[in-house]
Design a protein around this ligand. Structure first.
Ligand SMILES: *Cc1c(COP(=O)(O)O)cnc(C)c1O
Length: 238
């Protein structure tokens, strides 16, 4: 074969590998505190999944972008407050709530989503506090499979879609295997063993700007990247 053909083959193979890798792990672009124009810019390049963690921002941006970005899929990744569940459910394009941590919230989401009368179920992830830090949301790893089963058995309008963790700052800034990610993998394995479902049938949402490659190497199927994409966040004094 000629040099040109071999080089062309090389590029094609590398592109195929990139394509295969992209299908194994999704990017959720975390746009909190960032303006709608930057979301539109990413959407124009094919990005569809975006994450917000303040309800008010989700409401505003989802309303603003519902026509120009008709296929957008919003992920709510902030701490859930009971009185905001209705607002999350009525935000146009809401696709997944990644931060369900107890039965009460799951039941509320189920009721509120029913009112929306949408053809698709609302996807939910069970947030797991893998680092046992008091300031982190999520259910303890040992209790997470049971909450997943609660959702599957009692919330007809929700689709249990996997587990999510944030993990500790220290773990994400040290080298080697991240114990938080390892813990989340173990939670999913436990759930799969108890239910007879396959592990691959649900997502693992783990990995952010500083540790998404490590998360992928440990089996993440959905990384949530904010500052590395949009730049550092500036918080207004409210
Ligand atoms: C803000 C946020 C992210 C993105 O964090 P970066 O470090 O900026 O990538 C991911 N997940 C959650 C839950 C967040 O609140």
């Amino acid at each position: 074969m000629s040099v040109e053909i071999v080089q062309k083959n090389l590029i094609n193979i590398l592109e195929a590998i990139t394509e295969a890798a992209t299908q194994r792990c999704r990017l959720v672009a975390v746009s909190k505190t960032k303006p709608a124009e930057l979301i539109e810019a990413c959407y124009a390049k094919g990005q569809r999944h975006f994450g917000e963690n303040y309800v008010q921002e989700l409401e505003e941006k989802s309303a603003q972008l519902k026509n120009s970005c008709g296929e957008i899929r919003w992920h709510f990744i902030g701490q859930v407050q009971s009185n905001k569940i209705g607002k999350i459910c009525s935000s146009p394009g809401i696709y997944c709530v990644e931060t369900v941590e107890n039965e009460k919230h799951a039941t509320n989401f189920d009721k509120e989503w029913a009112k929306q009368q949408k053809p698709e179920k609302l996807r939910v992830l069970v947030q797991v506090n893998t680092s046992s830090e008091e300031n982190k949301g999520g259910i303890l790893p040992g209790d997470a499979p049971k909450l997943a089963e609660y959702i599957r058995n009692n919330c007809a309008n929700l689709r249990f879609d996997g587990f999510m963790t944030i993990g500790s700052f220290d773990h994400s800034h040290s080298d080697g295997i991240n114990p938080d990610f390892q813990s989340l993998v173990g939670v999913r394995k436990q759930w799969a063993t108890e239910t007879g479902e396959s592990e691959d049938s649900v997502e693992l949402s783990m990995g952010m700007s500083d540790d998404f490659l490590q998360a992928i190497s440990q089996g993440s199927t959905s990384v949530r990247v904010g500052s590395k994409l949009f730049g550092a966040r500036e918080y207004k004094n409210k």
